[in-house]
Ligand binder design. Structure first.
Ligand code: PMP
Length: 369
């Protein structure tokens, strides 16, 4: 079977060494062997999040981690400000509303990012805000939120908790949980962590842990107080996805050996090469503040998404992602998160050049006839 090149914003390519680790025989999770693996994983996760706080591992996709944050830190009627600049900001609002939170939305046009004064204004209108919900990389638009600056003003002007969806960003974008004063951050396994889907990870500040003790929203499987207690013994309350945790040990070993600073720089470098290459081909980047994780690109006039996508797949074994919601058929998205380097970027750029060149020639021929 030919190798497929995954340029999707999750799952991302899984390194061969990680695949090998996951193919080792299954072990019992209530064993010394598993606890030792989990202890090492927990240490690496703290480096990944740049925190001294526990980083909990839950068996779920990232959305479960988002829900866990909402049900653990808040009670019905609590007011939160949700920055909705795309599909995943919208998800924060939807989860909050479904648990009866009072969600104040800052709606941002797709492809744009929230400006710090908008946060200050919202906090001054709603001084009783208890949480501010952010998306570090809005995967639907390929846009980065300046989480550091937003966190700074939230701390300056309010007591609200700063909550970050880092699902497509952690392991790709610079992120410093402790230094930036983040109160809760969630990520998932199938992006920057370079393993298959199935795990989500949450860090809470001491303040957020206090909120978790008084929150009255219903929870059982996702009760983070239970996870925190188990964490003390390098354990989990329920059966974890053991195989994924084994793969994770390897992938985190690789990331920490490269060094988080170098990992972030690699993502910045390859996304700049990609942006320049795409612009050089006459394409237009969708986002006004492009992320180093996902690049959203306008489909050129006359190029149909289905045709473009199927040629990338059938001729070049490349899989990319479509635009979402109203941008389906208008933009396409190339993810460059995780196990991606310069050579992958060259492969996708040359494939796009070949396909667009041919489509252009065919159009010109038709016009002449
Ligand atoms: N938030 C962001 C920023 C994402 O990119 C994604 C996945 N594309 C999610 C949330 C949802 O995660 P999952 O599909 O793992 O539930």
């Amino acid at each position: 079977m030919a190798n497929k090149y995954l340029f999707t914003p999750g799952p991302t390519p899984v390194p061969e060494q990680v695949v090998q680790r996951m193919s080792e025989p299954i072990i019992y999770h209530r064993s010394k062997e598993f606890r030792e693996i989990f202890a090492r994983v927990n240490g690496y996760l703290q480096t990944l999040f740049q925190t001294k706080q526990p980083v909990m591992t839950l068996t779920s996709s990232g959305t479960g981690g988002m829900e866990a944050i909402i049900v653990n830190l808040f009670s019905a009627g609590d007011k939160v400000i949700s920055v909705n600049a795309g599909k995943f900001g919208e998800r924060w609002s939807a989860i909050g509303k479904s648990y009866g939170l009072n969600v104040v939305e800052i709606k941002i046009p797709w492809g744009e990012t929230v400006a710090v004064p908008q946060i200050i204004e919202a906090l001054s209108i709603h001084p009783d805000t208890q949480g501010v919900l952010l998306t570090h990389c809005e995967t639907s638009t390929g846009t980065t939120t300046d989480v550091k600056s937003v966190a700074e003003v939230v701390q300056k002007y309010s007591n609200a908790l700063v909550i970050v969806d880092g699902i497509s960003a952690i392991g790709a974008l610079e992120f410093r949980f402790d230094e930036w004063g983040i109160d809760a951050c969630v990520t998932a396994s199938q992006k920057g962590l370079m393993i298959p889907p199935g795990l989500t990870f949450i860090a809470l500040s001491n303040r957020a842990e206090q909120s978790a003790l008084v929150s009255t929203l219903p929870k059982y499987y996702f009760d983070l107080n239970k996870s925190l207690i188990a964490y003390e013994n390098n354990d989990t309350p329920w059966t974890p996805a053991i195989t994924l945790v084994r793969g994770l040990e390897k992938s985190l070993q690789m990331l920490t050996a490269e060094g988080m600073g170098n990992v972030w720089m690699r993502h910045e470098r390859i996304s700049k090469i990609l942006h320049e290459g795409l612009t050089g081909l006459g394409l237009k980047i969708f986002s006004k503040n492009p992320s180093f994780c996902v690049t959203a690109v306008f489909l050129p006039d006359g190029i149909e998404w289905g045709n473009f996508n199927s040629q990338l797949l059938s001729e070049h074994n490349i899989i990319i992602a479509p635009g979402q919601a109203e941008y389906f058929g208008k933009i396409f998205r190339i993810a460059h998160i995780g196990n991606i380097d310069d050579s992958n970027i060259k492969i996708i750029l040359s494939a796009i050049e070949i396909i667009l060149g041919r489509m252009h020639d065919e159009r010109t021929k038709r016009e002449i006839q």
